[in-house]
Design a protein around this ligand. Structure first.
Ligand code: NDP
Ligand code: VSD
Length: 359
């Protein structure tokens, strides 16, 4: 045996006998990584079990409250384009007929029907129950209910008339409870269906000027979560949509009296077109996604505010886990900038008030 051979075998002996444990952290890291990969793969294998089967809109009966204007009308058009039968629900009959004509332009076959029903969804449950019954007699059981009727008021807390707080709760919250209550029994019997609630980004964060509006939109989330847990075994899926400012007659009306602060803060998320918003919402409802958001800010807000809401895909859950900390960090900067907008507006107002007094 040469002396060189003796030397190298001495090294290997030393490594194996004395220092193999130096590799231990790496081995453990490898095992942990392998476990994580195996776990994620397993999750993906079972994902078809937790993701609902998409709803076929062709031939389905879709009821859209608030379907005579803005986002609701665009949702109706989007469903009609995919072959659905539509019931439009709103109060003003003229607007309803006008919307019906617009929707009918997008027919894809000659069997499709658009039905109009005039009712106030927020005032009397038995009336709402009645009109839903009528609609079901004409177009068959409801496959998808879109709760989009709603309205908004913005203003400083002490400047909003006290009865407006009640009004918004009635229209935006109870106006979604009643139609849902009227369709749920049949959906459970048929073991299928979709229920959609149109909330708002202002239903995920409370903002200056929305003390009356935001709570009515937050309420929908509580309703949706509770209801989803009850009806999932019946194969009924709930979607909550959180659109940003969207270019509709409703927004134009709201803008007439919107405080400067609210305008500046909302600009963060920009203004969307109602047909884009409708496309996204309908896609999510068809897939049975619990959450439906629009744009990058909407995506971040939804991941950030997911709380204990149900997940409908593995990817969604993993994304929430991974991004939560990062998005909270970004959110703190946004909150800081909102606070400074509010402070700047206050100072400016006080200065101009003082200047006015001097004159
Ligand atoms: N536009 C936006 O920036 C955003 C809107 N949203 C929400 O989306 C929904 C639609 O908004 P948008 O399209 O802007 O609104 P619009 O004002 O353009 O349309 C509202 C619709 O709801 C109907 N409606 C209102 N009150 C009642 C009621 N009591 N009973 C029955 N129908 C009613 C209206 O018809 P009629 O008056 O004839 O009854 C109309 O068809 C609302 O819930 C809103 O809060 C969410 C985020 C952003
Ligand atoms: C990671 C964190 C990201 C945070 C982004 C925050 C963006 C806030 C913008 C809020 C816009 C509110 C729009 C309300 C629209 C509405 O419902 C009314 N127009 C109805 O008429």
């Amino acid at each position: 045996m040469s002396s060189e051979e003796g030397f190298s075998s001495a090294i290997t002996d030393w490594l194996f006998i004395n220092s193999w444990w130096l590799l231990l952290p790496f081995i453990m890291l490898l095992v942990v990584a392998a476990f994580i990969v195996a776990f994620v793969l397993l999750l993906y294998m079972i994902s078809p079990l937790i993701s609902p089967k998409p709803l076929k809109l062709n031939g389905a009966h879709v009821v859209v409250t608030g379907g005579s204007s803005g986002i609701g009308k665009c949702i109706a058009i989007e469903c009609y384009k995919q072959g659905a039968f539509i019931t439009l629900v709103a109060r003003d009959e003229e607007k309803l007929l006008q919307a019906k004509k617009e929707v009918e332009k997008f027919a894809i076959n000659d069997k499709q029907v658009v039905l109009c029903i005039s009712v106030d969804v927020s005032s009397d449950y038995s009336q709402v129950e009645n009109v839903i019954k009528q609609a079901q007699e004409k177009l068959g059981p409801v496959d998808m209910l879109v709760n989009c009727a709603g309205t908004s008021i913005s203003g400083k807390f002490e400047e909003v008339e006290v009865d407006r707080f009640k009004k918004l709760m009635e229209v935006n919250y109870l106006g979604s409870v009643y139609p849902t209550r009227a369709v749920i029994t049949t959906m459970k019997e048929r073991r299928m269906g979709r229920i959609m609630f149109v909330s708002s980004q202002a239903g995920q964060i409370g903002l200056f000027g929305y003390t009356a509006y935001s709570p009515s939109k937050f309420a929908l989330r509580g309703l949706a979560e509770s209801l989803q847990m009850e009806i999932k075994p019946y194969n009924i899926y709930v979607t909550v949509a959180y659109p940003p400012d969207t270019d509709t007659p409703g927004l134009a009306e709201e803008n007439k009296t919107k405080p400067l602060e609210t305008k500046l803060i909302s600009e963060t998320s920009g203004v969307c077109q109602p047909d884009q918003v409708a496309k996204i919402i309908v896609r999510d409802a068809v897939q049975g996604n619990f959450n439906s958001s629009v744009g990058p800010d909407g995506y971040m807000l939804s991941a950030l505010t997911c709380g204990m809401s149900p997940v409908t895909s593995i990817t969604e859950g993993l994304q929430q886990i991974v991004t939560m900390g990062l998005f909270r960090t970004i959110a703190l900067f946004y909150l800081g900038s909102f606070d400074s907008i509010v402070r700047r507006c206050m100072i400016q107002r006080e200065q101009s008030k003082a200047a006015n007094k001097r004159e």
